[in-house]
Design a protein around this ligand. Structure first.
Ligand SMILES: *Cc1c(COP(=O)(O)O)cnc(C)c1O
Length: 237
């Protein structure tokens, strides 16, 4: 097995152990392989090892990789997890299956308008600023309910609101890692209690996936633990 296959096995083992500790089934967590800075060959190796869900941060970087793997298999799913500007929504609506980083209504409206009718609805998560630093993108928790209602009310068929994404500030200690994931879970529960049927919590990365699984993550986004370390200048957390 190549090192990417070995990395995938290792991460799947971590997810399975975290699920067992939380009394959850290992199938309840989807592993998203985050390929930023890594080329199409690395993604191909992951796909050959059975990986199906791929996360990318940058539209410009992702499109050639999506094209390069298009002939490989039809059942790969592409997730945008980085900031999305209005002028890139059309390309995203045409090429991706999921967008985790929606943080304003205008972006969701454009994605709904631009999603080609022949494709399955684009699956959306709202990115929430769970750590509260000014530097991070994401909707403030106080503004989340109104945004969620508005996105959920977009005409069905083109987009479907699935849940929330969080990118907390890195924390070394397990309990400190759990706190922002718990906050995101509670925000999702509050939306569900309002009648929005949301089932997705996109949270947890290489360093904190166990804490995220303990708090109910349904998608963990893992890059370096699968593909290896990125150059420091390319760390975008
Ligand atoms: C880079 C990135 C990840 C993966 O980070 P690792 O620490 O390499 O696992 C997950 N989510 C987002 C939004 C990222 O930018």
């Amino acid at each position: 097995m190549g090192s990417i296959g070995a990395g995938l096995q290792e991460v799947k083992g971590r997810i399975a152990r975290a699920c067992a500790a939380a009394g959850r089934s290992a199938q309840s967590v989807t592993l998203l392989a985050v390929g930023k800075t890594f080329g199409a060959d690395a993604l191909r190796a992951a796909a050959a090892a059975g990986q199906r869900d791929f996360g990318e941060n940058y539209v410009q970087e992702a499109l050639p990789k999506i094209a390069a793997l298009a002939g490989l298999r039809a059942d790969l799913r592409w997730h945008l997890i980085g900031p999305l500007q209005s002028n890139k929504t059309r390309a995203v609506a045409e090429a991706f299956d999921w967008v985790h980083s929606v943080d304003r209504l205008k972006i969701a409206q454009r994605l709904a308008e631009q999603r080609p009718p022949g494709l399955a609805p684009l699956q959306l998560c709202l990115q929430v600023n769970v750590s509260g630093e000014a530097s991070k993108s994401g909707v403030a928790p106080a503004d989340l309910p109104a945004l969620a209602r508005a996105v959920a009310a977009l005409p069905p068929g083109r987009v479907r609101l699935r849940g929330l994404m969080g990118i907390p500030e890195p924390a070394g200690d397990y309990e400190a890692q759990r706190a922002p994931h718990r906050a995101l879970r509670e925000l999702l529960a509050a939306l569900n209690a309002e009648g929005l049927a949301l089932d997705t919590l996109s949270m947890g990365m290489s360093a904190d996936l166990e804490a995220a699984v303990a708090e109910g993550a349904t998608i963990v986004r893992v890059g370096s633990a699968i593909f290896g370390a990125r150059p420091a200048a390319h760390f975008y957390g």
